[in-house]
Design a protein around this ligand. Structure first.
Ligand code: 4AD
Ligand code: MG
Length: 430
């Protein structure tokens, strides 16, 4: 019977076949150990020369690091380590003998590892990161469905900008016109709420940003959510609940992964509602008191976010930014029209922004004024303006960056490790 390693706790005493790769090998005259990885987990196979036939013993001895193997054996509990299992082999088959694997046990620089990203993905930490990413994706879909959000797939080719024109990737569309790669599906979701009320998308987005920081990717995955009849306050509640749910699910279902990553879990356990809330003005005040030279109406820079979030042990909503530093579609704060009804959610431990969201401008005239102020091509936004003509409603939404969220939850340094094949300013390969 073929079995996945993750199911071994239910299979003690049974004879099963594991198919996978040997990530480490060790043998002496009469015993060999193959550390196996099958995608679901890791296990050590013990091959005793006298207990297997000659072909199996030869296969075990010939197995090199990263060879593909099929090992049949009896599942047993590790003699010393609780929750760890072993496979007492009865037969070993070498499916493919690997050439010398370029990634060794010694430290490699990030450039080399990114050059061999197609192989680096196999490393236990990289495996763990992808599994956590996967859990975040599934938790999001589950939460959205349970809270009435319909999945709406927004387009990737778009005729206009969503988040400002400086970071758009331009495409030649059949030599006839320009098209752009989507920066966020938000505007399309705003149309879809007129149909389904609450919705979300989840897909790749593109930012032609010439930034080379640990937080920036050129191509990344965004989950945008949008809801009719939801105001700024309710928007924050939705985000808070969703983020708590995601973190809880990772804590529940990804213990082996978090252990491989040596993630300190205490900060994650503190991710509970209510999150800290600060107005932009309060954040500026706090930052100045703590050594930043940020101006009153400035956007928060990466260093400011790091300073602020290192000093707090819960996620922080920073709300009501100056309108001048935010996108055209955000609704103004009625109590201070120089500011908008938005919030960025900053993750603790120095991670910074993981979500950007706001209440949207729902008045036709105001929105038109903003489009003109931002010098956006009015014609391309006519459909978006239409939404304010036919049953316009108060509505809000937000978008999270999957890689930023994964980086924080995994407790790793750089966002580039959280996407299978990162696209960076200076890297398109592999
Ligand atoms: O703050 P942003 O630009 O917001 C929007 O695009 C809105 N339209 C979302 C909405 O309201 N539906 O991007 C949202 C999130 C950020 O908070 C950040 O987590 C992530 O996307 N993000 C990036 N992640 C990696 N690399 C980049 N270059 C990113 N730019 C934004
Ligand atoms: Mg933002």
């Amino acid at each position: 019977m073929n079995a996945f390693i993750e199911k071994f706790s239910d299979l003690v005493g049974q004879t099963v076949t594991v198919q996978g790769w040997a990530y480490n090998v060790r043998s002496s005259g009469s015993i060999a150990f193959l550390q196996l990885r099958d995608g679901s987990g890791f296990v050590q196979a013990v091959i005793v020369k006298n207990a297997v036939d000659e072909a199996s013993w030869n296969a075990a001895v010939e197995t090199t690091i990263e060879s593909a193997v099929r090992v049949t054996g009896t599942v047993s509990k590790h003699p010393k380590q609780e929750g760890v299992y072993e496979l007492q082999a009865v037969s070993v088959e070498l499916v493919h003998k690997s050439e010398e694997f370029p990634i060794g046990k010694k430290e490699h620089g990030p450039d080399f590892l990114l050059d061999v990203r197609h192989l680096w993905l196999r490393a236990p930490a990289q495996w763990a990161i992808q599994k956590v990413r996967n859990e975040i994706i599934h938790a999001t879909y589950d939460w959205m469905r349970d809270h009435g959000f319909c999945k709406i797939d927004s387009p990737i080719f778009t005729p206009s900008a969503c988040e400002g024109t400086t970071e758009l990737f331009e495409i030649d569309y059949f030599g006839e016109r320009k098209a752009y790669l989507s920066q966020s599906g938000q505007l399309y979701l705003e149309a879809a709420i007129g149909s389904v009320g609450r919705c979300f998308d989840f897909g790749p987005v593109f930012r032609a940003e010439k930034s080379k920081t640990r937080r920036h990717l050129i191509e990344f995955w965004m989950m945008d959510a949008e809801a009719a009849f939801v105001d700024h306050e309710q928007n924050l509640k939705i985000q808070e609940e969703l983020v708590c749910f995601i973190v809880e699910r990772v804590l529940k279902n990804c213990q082996p992964e978090l252990k491989i990553l040596e993630r300190d879990q205490e900060p994650l356990k503190k991710v509970q509602a209510p999150f800290i809330r600060m107005t932009h003005a309060d954040a500026i005040k706090w930052l100045r008191e703590h050594g930043s030279d940020i101006g009153d109406m400035d956007d928060l820079g990466a260093d400011d976010e790091t300073l602020l979030t290192k000093a707090h042990d819960k996620p922080i909503f920073v709300e009501k930014y100056p309108a001048a530093v935010k996108a055209f579609y955000m609704k103004r704060d009625p109590s201070d029209p120089t500011r908008v009804l938005n919030a960025d959610l900053l993750a603790p431990e120095g991670y910074g922004e993981v979500i950007g969201g706001s209440q949207r401008e729902d008045s036709y005239d105001m929105l038109l004024e903003r489009i003109r102020e931002h010098k956006l091509p009015e014609k391309d936004f006519q459909w978006y303006l239409d939404l304010r003509k036919y049953g316009s409603v108060p509505h809000s939404g937000f978008g999270y960056g999957l890689e930023r969220l994964t980086t924080w939850i995994c407790g790793i340094h750089h966002v580039r490790e959280t996407i299978p094949f990162p696209r960076l300013l200076n890297r398109l390969e592999p």
